[in-house]
Design a protein around this ligand. Structure first.
Ligand code: ADP
Ligand code: ZN
Length: 736
């Protein structure tokens, strides 16, 4: 039995005679301390030795497995691999509220229909009042009845219906409806024509044939589809999915974020219609719940979703596609800290399915696996319809500062080219991977910057309605920017650095007639607002779109002919071994947004480090050269993908408490090691303070993940109190 309580492992209960033994995967209600919780049956246990009494379960919620056996097996794997606890992992695989006391019911709607008597009377309506007559005539036209809310919009009030019911002329029943995210008012997708009739390019056709053959074998395989931006990967997925569906097996498609990659979801929906279910965090709980039950009930054979959809209860998956597989949003940065792509590979293995990883800039891990022949590599090296890749040029910002002064944000080239596009009514994307107006508030007298009181970071300046606020990007603490320094009281505060808000303001100033939109985490807080900005841009109601990495992902805007990158090196300053990889991916992806229509595209990259290999090779969009160069660095430094890594962060009330506890845990882990890895640290975490807590970290690095897991798990068992203050990140994506 697993319950969704962090840090609790499996529990054992007895089944009283009043209940049938629940199936594995069924939900049961159990007492725990003074609480009552919903848990999931993992299997039968033999009665543990010991004096204590086992408690009885109180109720059984499902006659059969709620979670299918293969998904249960997958969550077990995740819990073990990521050291994440069975309960917490299961909870992540469930639809919303499935484990809370409130199990949300399906939405129902009341429907009114004429009775036999009602039909009779409809023939001689004089016996009815005018309003009743209207209602009866309306209902006569639709023998299956009409929803009560719908009748209300047609002027039939509840009072009239009630009266007709009392007269025995109308029957009212409850019907279950699915909250369909595609329906009007739901989280809809843009309209897309069904493109299945389109002629594939030779490369697309060749890729499709290889993939079809792999899928037809009905054994576990992983294929890496490395296709340059605009090479038409979606079209290949679509044809492949169609073939797998026809063979009677299900298709699971993961996308980084539905709102950011709407084309893929929309094109699938256009092709497969009702047979597609959608699972992602942008849906309301109700929509997600209903979609989950449609999948579980076998009503669909294609599931599209974000990371957690990898646990969708789809029967017999034969194909699992991970689109934009390099995207970091596949990694969950809270317990269970799983990587959706890696879990997908395991699901494919358990289900004997084909897993397709698609990207123009594959993760180092994935390309390495392909190079080691663990994955099949399939390449699309050209854009469809012989469209050229964007031409990329680099602007050395040191020269711009020399020419135009230190405050310049848009280089001369970017200003001129933006004006040229606006004149031709083409569209422009401008990327800066840093949000806010200014990056810090700096005091010229004492030299200090304003820091968050809870976290060891400086506050970012944001502006709206003339209100200047300094805000923490980690804990969301905020305050009005003061007139004088909070440390030395001097009135010499200055904003330093700049983010997307400032770039937006600058573009307004330079091009007052241009319609400018912005996309970053601050503008997309509200549900649906991201989709709406992207939609307006797609409809050409906006000329320029400014944004963070969100604008670089997977979009297909054919009218964009210019992409500008402000401060391409933002990520290179970070003390993260993946900094070069991230920079290369981001630049290549964003350059890939230009020239996807009939007009060729251009990208202008502004940087202080024009010779850095990640920038140089993104300019030539040469992935294999980047991979080789980066692998050299990873080999030399013994980083993934040539080594495995585990990051352990220990929190404490004080700096010393965190450091001492981390040292204790590291020592115990080391004592339980049978070799196969080394321990680095402990050291203060790069964010030494976060949300008021101090943090220390250490790393395990080696070739055997199993050895690391075993030693660490054993060490954690000896320190249950410390375990609650510890986060373990297996295969960490970010070590900041
Ligand atoms: P990728 O995901 O590889 O960057 P997409 O799948 O978004 O590329 O395809 C790029 C564009 O080319 C899309 O507008 C798509 O509809 C179009 N496209 C794809 N395949 C073909 C084809 N065979 N013929 C014409 N247009 C195509
Ligand atoms: Zn903070």
């Amino acid at each position: 039995m697993a319950v969704p309580v962090p840090a609790l492992d499996l529990l054992t209960y007895t089944v009283p005679e009043t209940h049938a033994v629940p199936a594995t995967g069924a939900r049961v209600i159990v007492p725990l301390g003074r609480r009552t919780l919903t848990g999931v049956v993992i299997g039968e246990a033999s009665r543990p030795e010991g004096a204590f009494e086992l408690r009885d379960i109180v109720g059984v919620l499902d006659d059969a497995a709620f979670i299918p056996a293969d998904v249960l097996q997958l969550t077990e794997w995740v819990a073990d691999y990521y050291l994440s606890g069975r309960g917490a992992t299961l909870a992540a695989a469930m639809p919303p509220h499935a484990l809370t006391a409130r199990v949300e019911a399906f939405r129902t709607v009341r429907t009114a229909a004429l009775t036999a008597q009602g039909h009779e009377l409809a023939a001689r309506p004089d016996a009815l009042s005018p309003r009743q007559r209207e209602a009866v005539l309306l209902l006569r036209a639709t023998p299956d009845g009409l929803a009560v809310p719908h009748l209300a919009t047609r002027g039939v009030s509840a009072a009239v219906l009630g009266r007709l019911k009392t007269l025995g002329l109308v029957a009212i029943r409850r019907e279950r409806v699915n909250r369909d995210p595609f329906a009007p008012g739901g989280t809809s997708l843009p309209d897309r024509p069904d493109t299945l009739g389109r002629v594939l390019s030779d490369e697309q056709q060749a890729a499709l044939e290889r993939l079809r053959a792999l899928a037809a074998a009905e054994t576990f395989r992983v294929a890496l589809l490395h296709g340059v931006t605009g090479s038409g990967k979606t079209e290949v997925y679509l044809h492949l999915a169609d073939a797998v569906r026809r063979s009677g097996r299900g298709v699971l498609l993961l996308v980084p974020e539905i709102a950011l990659t709407p084309a893929v979801a929309a094109v699938f929906r256009a092709r497969f219609g009702e047979g597609v279910a959608i699972q992602h965090s942008g849906l309301s709980d109700g929509e997600r719940h209903d979609q989950w039950h449609r999948i579980r009930g076998g009503d669909v054979d294609v599931v599209i979703g974000t990371r957690s959809a990898i646990f969708a209860p789809l029967a017999r998956p034969g194909l699992i596609i991970i689109d934009e597989e390099h995207d970091t949003s596949y990694k969950q940065e809270e317990t269970p800290r799983y990587h959706g792509r890696d879990v997908a590979v395991m699901r494919g293995k358990f289900a004997q399915a084909l897993v397709v990883l698609g990207s123009a800039t594959p993760a180092m891990e994935s390309f390495y696996n392909a190079q080691q022949k663990r994955y099949d590599l399939i390449t699309l090296s050209r854009r469809v319809l012989d469209r050229p890749l964007a031409t990329v040029s680099v602007v050395n910002m040191r020269e711009e500062f020399a020419a135009d002064g230190p405050d310049v944000i848009l280089s001369r080239a970017l200003r001129e080219q933006t004006q040229a596009r606006l004149d031709k009514q083409e569209q422009v994307l401008v990327l800066l991977n840093r949000r806010g107006y200014a990056t810090a508030v700096f005091c010229r007298q004492c030299g200090g910057t304003m820091e968050c009181p809870n976290c060891s970071v400086s506050l970012t300046v944001h502006t709206s309605h003339r209100d200047w606020r300094a805000r923490c990007h980690y804990c969301n603490y905020s305050r009005v920017v003061p007139k004088t320094c909070t440390t030395c009281a001097a009135p010499y505060l200055e904003h330093v650095g700049f983010g997307t808000e400032r770039v937006e303001a600058e573009i307004h100033k330079l091009f007052p007639r241009a319609r400018v939109g912005r996309v970053d985490r601050d503008t997309v807080r509200r549900r649906g607002s991201l989709a709406s900005v992207l939609d307006r841009f797609a409809k050409r109601e906006l000329d320029v779109l400014v944004g963070t990495q969100m604008i670089a992902k997977g979009h297909d805007f054919p009218q964009v002919t210019l992409v500008g990158v402000i401060s391409a090196d933002v990520g290179l300053g970070m003390a993260d071994f993946r900094a070069a990889e991230r920079t290369f991916q981001l630049l290549t992806q964003v350059a890939g947004r230009a020239g996807r229509g009939t007009q060729p595209g251009e990208a202008i990259i502004q940087t202080l480090f024009p010779t850095h290999y990640s920038i140089r090779l993104a300019t030539s969009q040469n992935y294999p050269a980047f991979f080789d160069k980066e692998l050299e660095f990873r080999r030399a430094m013994r980083y993934p993908p040539v080594m495995a890594m585990v990051n352990v962060v220990v929190r404490g009330k004080t700096y010393d408490a965190a450091m001492d506890a981390a040292a204790d845990l590291a020592r115990r882990t080391n004592e339980r090691s049978a070799g196969g890895f080394v321990i680095l640290g402990p050291a203060p975490a790069p964010l030494t303070r976060l949300r008021g807590e101090h943090r220390a970290q250490f790393f395990l690095k080696g070739t055997s993940r199993a050895a690391m897991r075993t030693a660490l798990r054993q060490a954690l068992t000896t320190l249950p109190e410390l375990a609650r203050r510890t986060s373990v990140d297996v295969d960490p994506l970010s070590v900041l």
